[in-house]
Ligand binder design. Structure first.
Ligand SMILES: NC(=O)c1ccc[n+]([C@@H]2O[C@H](COP(=O)([O-])OP(=O)(O)OC[C@H]3O[C@@H](n4cnc5c(N)ncnc54)[C@H](O)[C@@H]3O)[C@@H](O)[C@H]2O)c1
Ligand SMILES: O=C(O)CC[C@@H](O)C(=O)O
Length: 531
């Protein structure tokens, strides 16, 4: 039985798949303070939020059993993503459930602003009949600047086109092909500032977008500019906005979002040239149901099938893809385990190479498995797919990835190199058709073995009789050899022996083996499990 807590008001109808599910127990407990949530969170496996509850480090610290934080909406700024990632807690969202509602709300804001609807409504209610004062502006043939051409930005662009507007858009991910197909002109932020009659922002709030629309921007703007923000407070610098409106540099603004919410204590909500709504972009029956359905179904899929569709802090994972990549996934974790045990000291850098067909795949899951293998030795179960790269960084270890679709002797080849100032170790691995996962290279030695739970890797001189002596000593210690592989550079030169044994070799056994003439070094490798 998995326990889920819902801490913000969310459509209960939309949560039905979860509340009706026999494997899940759902508690709806909204309006909790931080300390109230801290007191109860440790018994839950999943947490569902909207935008009100702040998911802070103290809550995540107390959440000892939490596997998933689900945001029933798009923006995840109320969740400390970095901290959740470090704690190995998956964060998911519902990125498209409220797109249509937020798009329509943006259009409503543009139209209300252009036609002075809220002011005219209030004036009429106050007993006036003032038709001159509330003369508006047509959208037809005007230019709309869209900053952030994602789901909502493009939705607004499409609707604005049906009003006969020309669209300028700025988004680093908008390709020229897409722009052409959508009949949108790609533009810089400055070009939008200089040419647009209306502007709408639809980016997330990030260090790059915070204050993207600022005093400098307003200085370049046309005096008739009307601007809206239904994305996140702070993308438009609020002080600069008030100044630009007061100085007549632009005409009007419409805001659904604010840097501080609830926005009860700000001149923005009282300004005569700004129309406001209290973060209503996603507040429709349909959107709230869709986001609830989305997070409820995804939580079930995560716990039942390990499928993650809308991960915010992890690669997308699906049981199916994982199944397809399973041999590589297990092989890579094992490769990391073998590598760190052979390396002995802490590496400062990991160099990961993907050669052959696998280089064309999304390898993020495999990279994380390699890193997990490396870290698990010291960090144990705390490391998982979510936090592996963060914890690696915290250990002061960098990593780089090289991909080359050319084959490297095998149709797929993964190489992990652990490096520090003194030395480096390379472990090459592959999945052989029909034979499964294999380690095929250790440094410059070609080898071919399936990693097993108890192994010994012995550097020795290639000389007659050495294998017999080793077998005899292991026999005397009651250890059976399951398999043995030899790799050497040249006859009589240095060689590497890889032994799989049925039981772990004791320190005493290793000392006796080490006494064999010609043995240079012995590494004991103990894996969490055999492949
Ligand atoms: N008011 C509401 O109730 C409400 C509802 C839904 C979404 N939102 C907010 O609306 C925003 C957009 O949501 P979406 O679903 O369209 O997201 P999205 O991810 O589909 O689109 C965001 C776009 O912003 C672009 N972008 C990122 N950084 C940029 C930058 N520096 N300059 C230009 N473009 C940049 C991205 O490339 C992406 O195309 C988010 O902030 C979301 O939280 C608000
Ligand atoms: O939950 C809400 O009402 C706000 C949602 C919206 O801001 C979002 O980013 O999805």
């Amino acid at each position: 039985m998995f326990k889920v807590i819902v801490v913000d008001p969310i459509s209960e109808e939309g949560l039905k798949s979860l509340t009706d599910h026999e494997q899940f127990e759902v508690d709806i407990n909204t309006g909790l303070s931080e300390s109230e949530l801290i007191n109860i969170i440790d018994s839950y496996d999943a947490l569902i939020v909207r935008s009100q509850t702040q998911i802070t480090p103290p809550i995540l610290d107390a959440a000892k059993n939490l596997r998933v934080v689900a945001r029933a909406g798009v923006g995840v700024d109320n969740i400390d993503i970095n901290y959740a990632t470090k704690q190995g807690i998956l964060v998911i969202n519902a990125p498209d459930g409220n797109t249509i509602s937020a798009t329509e709300h943006s259009m409503a804001m543009i139209l209300s602003m252009a036609r002075n609807i809220p002011e005219a409504h209030r004036s009429l209610q106050d007993g006036n009949w003032d038709r001159k004062k509330y003369r508006g502006t047509e959208l037809y043939k005007k230019t709309l600047g869209v900053i952030g051409a994602g789901r909502i930005g493009l939705g607004v662009a499409k609707r604005a086109q049906s009003f006969g507007m020309n669209i300028l858009a700025f988004d680093p991910y908008l390709s020229s092909d897409d722009a052409k197909r959508l009949e949108i002109t790609r533009a810089t932020v400055d070009e939008i500032a200089e040419q647009a009659d209306f502007i709408t922002v639809h980016t997330p709030l990030t260090p790059k977008t915070k204050g993207l629309v600022n005093e400098d921007f307003f200085n370049k703007a046309k005096p008739n500019l009307q601007i809206i923000n239904v994305a996140r407070g702070g993308i438009i610098d609020e002080d600069a906005l008030i100044k630009a409106l007061d100085e007549g540099k632009i005409e009007k603004a419409a805001l659904d979002v604010f840097t501080e919410e609830p926005a009860n204590n700000t001149p923005l909500t009282q300004h005569e040239k700004i129309i406001v709504t209290p973060h209503l972009g996603a507040s429709t029956i349909e959107a709230q149901e869709k986001v609830a359905v989305s997070v409820a179904n995804e939580i079930i899929d995560i716990f039942e099938n390990n499928n993650v569709l809308h991960a915010v802090n992890a690669p997308q994972m699906s049981g199916e893809v994982e199944e397809e990549l399973r041999p590589f996934v297990e092989l890579s974790r094992t490769t990391g385990e073998v590598g760190i045990q052979l390396f002995e000291k802490g590496p400062r850098e990991l160099k990961i190479k993907y050669h052959g067909e696998i280089a064309l795949d999304d390898t993020s899951l495999i990279t994380r498995q390699l890193v997990m293998g490396v870290l698990q030795q010291d960090l144990g179960d705390h490391v998982n797919l979510i936090n592996a790269l963060v914890l690696l960084n915290e250990q002061g270890v960098t990593y780089q990835i090289e991909k080359n679709s050319k084959k490297y002797g095998f149709s797929n080849y993964i190489e992990l190199e652990l490096v520090n100032k003194e030395h480096s170790i390379k472990i090459g691995s592959t999945v052989l058709n029909g034979y499964g996962p294999r380690i095929v290279r250790i440094n410059d030695y070609p080898v071919d073995f399936k990693p097993e739970k108890h192994m010994l890797l012995i550097h020795h001189n290639d000389q007659p009789g050495i294998v017999g002596k080793m077998g005899q000593i292991l026999g005397e210690h009651g250890i059976n050899i399951a398999s043995m592989h030899l790799g050497r550079h040249s006859i009589g030169g240095e060689a590497l022996m890889v032994l799989s044994i049925d039981d772990e070799a004791s320190e005493e056994t290793i000392a006796d083996l080490f006494a064999i003439e010609g043995f240079q070094s012995i590494n004991k490798v103990e894996l969490n499990q055999s492949l």
